[in-house]
Design a protein around this ligand. Structure first.
Ligand code: PEP
Length: 249
């Protein structure tokens, strides 16, 4: 069996009372799975994740961070703070950060470097908008986003990054990319990483309306090593079905 990486992105959802049973159950789900299970949670719940998930098979982390170590950055959270709470993962370059909060390729590059320096695994998101796809510029956008995020990072460190192809038009819309569309761009990104950075075994996730009923087909594709899961991670029974996906090597 291929070991899949199935990582939830809770976004700005869930409450303290919902998360307690959620964390309790996900520990058991991960224990019985041969896949890698993770959850990225809102900052305020990271402390709870530390106490409920540390020492279990569930990886946990944040949905963002700031690149500076400390200082006058009201409202921001540093990589060191995430590290203090045992975060394994941090999502960087998510399209909602790029498009709603105006994060640039340069910001994302600084954040990826800082996460790596701190020992936290960045989940680097990239993907085109529907306008960019229609204009035929998907490959250019993907190449630009990956190349700029990896600027001045050495090849060994690039090997510690988890990549996530997330077409913007598929995120939270209920309209997933087809398995062929996802495979095409994940394959392209993997070749780019191999050709330009000598990275042979990159971990490449697909994200965008991944659900229990399309997980098997999408996750069976050769260049896809798992999923970044937004809406469907909020309901544990749905997330569990995705986590239960089995794919032959
Ligand atoms: C995401 O936000 O990373 C995501 C993939 O969301 P959704 O699964 O809801 O499309």
């Amino acid at each position: 069996m291929k070991k899949l990486y199935l990582i939830g992105n809770m976004k700005m959802n869930m409450s303290l009372s919902e998360l307690e049973p959620y964390f309790e159950h996900i520990v058991g789900i991960a224990e019985n799975s041969s896949n890698v299970v993770g959850v990225c949670v809102p900052y305020v719940y990271i402390n709870m994740a530390k106490y409920m998930l540390d020492g279990s098979k569930v990886l946990f982390g944040a949905e963002n961070m700031y690149h500076a170590d400390k200082g006058a950055f009201t409202g921001e959270i540093s990589a060191h703070m995430l590290n203090d709470f045992g975060c394994d993962l941090v999502i960087l370059g998510h399209s909602e950060r790029r498009h709603i909060f105006g994060e640039t390729d340069e910001d994302i590059n600084l954040k990826v470097k800082k996460a790596l320096e701190t020992g936290i695994t960045p989940i680097l998101c990239f993907g085109e908008t529907i306008e960019e796809r229609k204009a035929g510029s998907t490959y250019n956008i993907v190449e630009r986003q990956i190349t700029s995020a990896l600027q001045d990072i050495d090849e060994e460190d690039i090997g510690r990054i988890i990549f996530a192809y997330e077409p913007v038009w598929a995120i939270g819309t209920g309209i997933s990319a087809t398995s062929d569309q996802a495979e095409e761009i994940c394959g392209f990104a993997k070749r780019l990483l191999e050709d330009n950075y000598c990275l042979k075994n990159s971990i490449m996730l697909y994200g965008g309306s991944l659900k229990a009923d399309n997980a098997q087909e999408i996750l069976s594709k050769e260049s896809i090593d798992g999923g970044l899961i937004g809406g469907a991670c909020l309901k544990l029974d749905e997330f569990q079905k995705i986590i239960d996906t089995k794919v032959e090597k």
